[in-house]
Design a protein around this ligand. Structure first.
Ligand code: 2M8
Length: 418
């Protein structure tokens, strides 16, 4: 397996692993398969793919002792994992591995076919779990119980939900991240970490049992971006299942994709035309503007909605802002109140997000914009820092260096462009 980053993240992360496999598939089909197999080996009995699969390398907080998932009945034995999940990129990666294997032929093709047959049922179970256990109110949106599940940890998307949390008993923070990333403003604050840990303790108190979490957890938000990813991932899986003769195993995936797509479209604000998350605890749509506001561009489903979102994301409020170093969308609009150009998911540009949106645009036939973002994205990565994120005006590399998914994005783009 490939760790998410050499020092900051010395373990395997779920959606990082999928992006990493997409990059690896360009240079080694067997390595891409190993990456995915390692992750899927840690899949819980419920179908959940955990967000972290731990190595025994020390130096990351919160580690396995804090998660305490050994008491969770659904966790497989012999592996240490966190107790939450992340966006379901895995079927997209599996489909790319199959494609790469078939392109290469020979042994790679045989391995990729065998791998596809092995993972189709696992990925179908994963999607089913997201669509059922994680949609307890039947709203059509995947519900998350921790900002970390969104992958956009401290995005303004979660500010209101987190503001409503009172942490009664503060937890001892043994953070390593602020020592490794020298400028603390690039990382979340200690107050944010207190809330993160509070939620972990709540889930741990019910041994991560799916049905027992919603009634006790202080964070329940329908995540529109995760839902859009589920919609495309389920479509990819339906196709891949049919391709390898396993149509029966994926019989529900298109319906599941349609439900997710409808969930995304139901979130559109009639005023702005943008997607929104739904806070189940306050029973209200959120108003924060972020890259997730453009989730319809990932899954499509309504050409007018998509045309409007594409116009906004390429306009001066976003990727067309005149002061940007590259014409790429930052995670938060530079014109939004609270935009922070150096702080993690609150403003910087993330290469992996550029890849995801460019991939989805290309898939929906929006070639010109997909080409532009690939070419701008590759130029940005020409600094060879492979940073976790970038200051959008100066292109200063921020966060971790040699972040694996950033390198993976470069590998895929270079090969695709060739
Ligand atoms: C970041 O999240 C982890 C917690 O999961 C952290 O800050 O310690 C996020 O950017 C997340 O999306 C990513 O998967 C992870 C590893 O790159 O780092």
């Amino acid at each position: 397996m490939v760790v998410a980053a050499p020092r900051l993240y010395p373990h395997q992360w779920s959606w990082d692993a999928a992006f990493i496999a997409i990059g690896l598939a360009r240079i080694s089909v067997p390595r891409a398969i190993t990456e995915m197999r390692t992750l899927l080996h840690a899949q819980w009995d419920t179908g959940m793919i955990p967000h972290i699969v731990f190595t025994d390398v020390p130096g990351y907080f919160p580690g396995p002792d804090v998660w305490g998932t050994d008491d969770a009945e659904a966790k497989p034995t012999g592996v240490q994992t966190s107790g939450i999940c992340q966006p379901p990129i895995q079927a997209i990666a599996a489909a790319r591995i199959l494609q790469a294997g078939r392109r290469a032929g020979g042994r790679d093709e045989e391995d990729a076919e065998a791998f596809a047959i092995e993972v189709v049922p696992k990925l179908a179970a994963w999607h089913r779990w997201l669509s059922s256990a994680r949609d307890p109110d039947g709203r059509g949106l995947v519900e998350i119980h921790h900002g970390w599940e969104s992958g956009m940890d401290n995005s303004p998307r979660w500010d209101d939900a987190y503001a409503a949390i009172t942490v009664n008993k503060s937890v001892e923070l043994r953070r390593h991240d602020t020592a490794l990333v020298k400028d603390a403003s690039e990382r979340p604050t200690d107050t944010e970490y207190q809330r993160y840990l509070h939620l972990v303790a709540q889930m741990r108190s019910v041994q991560y049992r799916d049905t027992e979490i919603p009634p006790i957890i202080d964070f329940r938000v329908g995540d529109v971006f995760m839902t859009a990813i589920l919609a495309v991932a389920a479509q990819e899986l339906a196709q891949m299942g049919a391709d390898v003769g396993l149509s029966g195993q994926v019989a529900d995936q298109l319906a599941l994709a349609t439900k997710a797509q409808a969930g995304v479209l139901s979130s559109i604000s009639p005023t702005t035309g943008l997607c929104r998350d739904f806070d189940a605890r306050s029973d209200s749509w959120t108003s924060a503007e972020s890259m997730a506001s453009f989730s319809a561009l990932l899954c499509g489903g309504d050409s007018l909605v998509c045309a409007r979102q594409q116009e906004i994301i390429t306009g001066p409020r976003w990727a067309g802002h005149p002061d940007l170093a590259y014409a790429l969308p930052p995670t938060v609009s530079p014109r939004a109140e609270g935009f922070q150009p150096r702080t993690y998911w609150r403003g910087p540009n993330w290469p992996v997000m550029n890849w995801l949106f460019a991939w989805a645009l290309r898939r929906r036939g929006e070639f010109a914009l997909a080409d532009l973002w690939r070419s701008e994205g590759l130029t940005q990565l020409g600094d060879l820092a492979f940073s976790e994120y970038y200051q959008p005006f100066t292109a200063e590399p921020l966060g971790s260096r040699n972040q694996s998914w950033t390198a993976a994005v470069a590998l895929d783009w270079v090969a695709e462009q060739a």
